[in-house]
Design a protein around this ligand. Structure first.
Ligand code: ATP
Ligand code: MG
Length: 332
């Protein structure tokens, strides 16, 4: 079975629809075909400034949502990044083979730092893609299921793996990105040319899985659509309606063409109304299950502790090899 590793940041009180459709949905299905490792990447969540109590809560909420969305600790390894110290340890080594200019070319860093301003841009935000490379390489992952926004970071991971292997001997598997094209970029409902994002979207552009479903319905109904009246799939000229079609198709497992046929001659309003209903029915049981997991934090923590132990069995072995190959003296 090919190995997969992916992570999600506990940077909000809820995941959004893009996180689910672009990433977590694939995580769920890969449990049956892959040897799957998934983590709540809390080390990454402190790169932009944070509140400790909020972070703790969000890490639990994230884990609870992952379970509610269908991750099964019997069929995958689910853990919290900070429980596995090897991530930070390998991150340091990889940062020493990464060029300053190379890291500076990361588009997400440029975007996020431009928004934060120079005074609140941390070194951690700058080096975060290197830590992400460590997350992946520690598990010798073959594939990394992510949204389109992570493609460049994955490229860096591959470069670092190859560079390390060339300099110090074969140590890491070189992973490839696993991007499901159709849902790789769910866009902001109010700004359909940028991606839906926990940290960057305006409240009305973002569908949060845990928000009041009536609120989500309202956001769908007031989503920015395009000029013209015809329902067509055209990402360039009709990004708004195309995004809604993508979401609709993904949530109902119907093909876009089938939807186009069904809505021929009908208006945007009809489509939005129906999609709002589909969405409400989709999130209700997820919210219910998330609540159940959150009601028993001790059990949740236990699940995560078991996951961390399984993760460490793999990550400690990789780190030991990397340390030896890079020339660190073995402790006796
Ligand atoms: P942040 O704004 O804090 O970076 P985010 O919304 O980008 O949050 P992440 O935790 O960084 O979420 O990413 C988790 C996963 O969700 C990644 O695999 C990422 O590629 C995917 N993802 C994020 N946004 C979208 C989106 N709009 N469409 C599809 N996939 C997405
Ligand atoms: Mg992100």
């Amino acid at each position: 079975r090919p190995r997969v590793l992916s992570g999600i940041q506990p940077t909000a009180d809820s995941f959004h629809l893009g996180n689910y459709l672009g990433a977590v949905r694939n995580w769920v299905s890969m449990q049956d075909t892959h040897d799957a490792f998934y983590c709540v990447v809390d080390l990454h969540a402190i790169t932009m400034g944070h509140d400790p109590e909020t972070l703790r809560n969000r890490s639990r909420i994230s884990a609870a949502q992952l379970l509610a969305l269908g991750l099964d600790p019997e069929r995958c390894t689910l853990f919290v990044q900070s429980h596995v110290p090897e991530h930070a340890q390998l991150g340091w080594v990889l940062s020493c083979i990464t060029g300053f200019g190379e890291a500076g070319r990361m588009v997400q860093f440029k975007d996020k730092s431009a928004k934060a301003g120079q005074d609140s841009t941390t070194v951690g935000l700058f080096t975060y893609p290197i830590l992400q490379a460590a997350d992946i390489l520690l598990y010798q992952a073959d594939q990394v299921p992510v949204g389109e926004d992570q493609r460049q970071h994955l490229e860096l991971t591959r470069d670092l793996a190859q560079r390390f292997n060339t300099r110090f001997g074969k140590t890491f598997n070189v992973p490839s990105a696993y991007i499901v094209k159709d849902t790789a970029k769910i866009t902001d409902l109010q700004d359909p040319t940028s991606k839906m994002s926990k940290s960057a979207s305006s409240p009305n552009g973002l569908i949060e899985l845990l928000e009041d479903p009536a609120r989500s319905a309202k956001k769908i109904k007031s989503a920015v659509t395009d000029t013209g009246r015809e329902i067509l799939y055209d990402e360039v000229n009709k990004p708004g309606i195309s995004n809604l079609l993508t979401i609709y198709a993904a949530l109902t497992s119907r093909a876009i063409d089938e939807l186009l046929e069904a809505y021929e001659g009908r208006g945007y309003g009809d489509l939005k109304k129906d999609l709002a209903e589909v969405l409400v029915e989709f999130v209700k049981p997820i919210q219910e299950r998330t609540r159940l997991y959150l009601d028993d934090p001790a059990q949740l923590d236990k699940v995560l502790a078991i996951g961390a132990e399984k993760a460490r069995a793999v990550s400690a072995a990789t780190l030991a090899t990397a340390y030896r190959n890079v020339g660190f003296l073995s402790p006796v």
